[in-house]
Design a protein around this ligand. Sequence first.
Ligand SMILES: [Zn+2]
Length: 96
Amino acid sequence: MKIHNLRVEAMRRIAIDGRPKCLICGIDDIETLEIDHINDDGIKDRRNKISQSKYYNKLLNMPIDILRENYGILCILHNQLKRYGIMGEHYKVIKI
Ligand SMILES: [Zn+2]
């Protein structure tokens, strides 16, 4: 499967209703969406130098409850804001 398709499939799995959208603003244009590591363990994934396809396959094979507990979907803007710590608490409330 192509990387783009793997990414879309992983997002569909994370989304409760199978329709990926930003948890904050609700935008659903797939090209603007990113998979967010809720506890910021993306650093760990990057450090392990895991390839993109391996990473998406990992998400596709992860038990669904663990996947949804640890990953969310945000648009590029809100992912950046979270990264800068601007909406950390706000985001946690929404996700729970
Ligand atoms: Zn957003």
